[in-house]
Design a protein around this ligand. Structure first.
Ligand SMILES: NC(=O)c1ccc[n+]([C@@H]2O[C@H](COP(=O)([O-])OP(=O)(O)OC[C@H]3O[C@@H](n4cnc5c(N)ncnc54)[C@H](OP(=O)(O)O)[C@@H]3O)[C@@H](O)[C@H]2O)c1
Length: 344
């Protein structure tokens, strides 16, 4: 049965925090008024909301004073749900549409109802579940755009021979971004080396990784180079989903024209990329920032629909236990994504 405006009560349950810091315990269950969509917005009854590391980083104050826009703040950016109301200028969605939305910096996903912008909302294809669908946000943009735009791997050109294919290292490949990036890079015919813990080797191989290498906690701290590709090949490119490393640590394992795409850039990293541009260095470092857009959401949703891409679910929690999911996300050991579910 499609959900209608009449089904929407006045008040809704949500999870919010009112100051920086506090971790999972800083999140409080609250009742609040259901927001009203502006002219170009839609109101969505949320079915699932995935958590991203950026959620707890904003709470920690990493983007102070820009984010969050105000307190109290309802976090959560990537949702699946059903449209219940549309703004006066919205023509592309009607109540009852099953959608996936990237809510952007305003957040609001950890609530029974959320306001979504139409330019980063798409109709969910049949056969794509709410939990799969809510993967089509920040981490999916990061995976697709780092592989396709930054690494230059065209996902329409698979089946290259191993000799021709670029050797791509994906650091921290067992997380939400990495599990998608491995699959997308394989769709483009890259040779993928993935670093992860041994208990995730089988998963990464099942996602298509050609070589899997254990990352060692001690080398994280020691300043050592990244783990070598078992085949001995140098890396043409590295997508770093793990903690930031200065560029010099990668150099020894990079091919002569190799480059690093860093999802966790630091100010020094930004400087390094400027220096590389000025000096026309052959090896390069690129800080990465994803760009939300509906075209990529459609592409990713189609890949899910035709089963060329799958989302790996670490764990799901009902809204009542969302703090436990938040704590799991903060630990940094999720295998795939963490999802908060809502009874619909
Ligand atoms: N710039 C952007 O636009 C953008 C967009 C999205 C995400 N990001 C960032 O990208 C990073 C990855 O996001 P995510 O959602 O994939 O994170 P995540 O799900 O929290 O990643 C957790 C996974 O990373 C693994 N891991 C942690 N450190 C590792 C290391 N040094 N080597 C190998 N594996 C390691 C963990 O494995 P173990 O349990 O075995 O330790 C765990 O499986 C986050 O820092 C996020 O903030 C940036």
């Amino acid at each position: 049965m499609p959900v209608t405006v009449a089904d929407a009560p006045e008040m809704m349950k949500a999870l919010s925090y009112s100051s920086y810091g506090g971790g999972a315990e800083g999140l409080k269950h609250v009742e609040m008024l259901i927001p009203k969509p502006k002219r170009d917005e839609i109101l969505v009854k949320v079915e699932a909301c995935s958590l991203n590391p950026i959620d707890w980083k904003v709470q920690k104050g990493f983007m102070k004073p820009v984010l969050p826009f105000r307190f109290p703040h309802v976090p959560g950016t990537d949702i699946s749900g059903v449209v219940v109301k549309v703004g006066s200028r919205v023509t592309t969605f009607v109540p009852g549409d099953r959608v996936v939305c990237c809510l952007g910096r305003a957040g609001g996903g950890l609530a029974q109802f959320a306001i979504a912008p139409t330019n980063t909302t798409i109709k969910r294809r049949q056969g794509v579940s709410p939990i799969e669908g809510d993967a089509l946000g920040i981490s999916a943009f990061a995976a697709l755009q780092s592989v396709r735009n930054s690494a230059g791997i065209d996902i329409k050109l698979p089946n290259r021979s191993d000799k021709e294919s670029k050797n791509l290292l994906i650091r921290a490949a067992s997380g939400e971004v990495g599990t998608l990036a491995v699959q997308i890079a394989k769709l483009g015919g890259a040779h993928v080396t993935a670093t992860c813990s041994p208990h995730n080797f089988r998963l990464l191989r099942s996602l298509g990784a050609d070589e899997v290498v254990e990352y060692k906690a001690e080398s994280e701290k020691s300043g050592a180079a990244p783990e070598r590709s078992p085949s001995g090949r140098k890396y043409d490119m590295v997508i770093n989903c793990g903690p930031h490393w200065p560029f010099c640590r990668y150099k020894a394992e990079l091919a002569p024209s190799g480059f690093v795409i860093d999802l966790n850039p630091s100010p020094t990293g930004m400087m390094t990329s400027v220096v590389h541009a000025i000096t026309r260095s052959k090896q390069k470092y690129f800080p990465f920032m994803h760009i939300p857009n509906s075209a990529d959401m459609y592409l990713l949703c189609n890949l899910l629909h035709v089963k060329k891409l799958r989302t790996v679910i670490d764990s799901t929690y009902p809204l009542a236990q969302a703090q436990a999911g938040w704590a799991r996300c903060m630990e940094g050991h999720a295998v795939g994504k963490i999802v908060i579910t809502f009874t619909c």
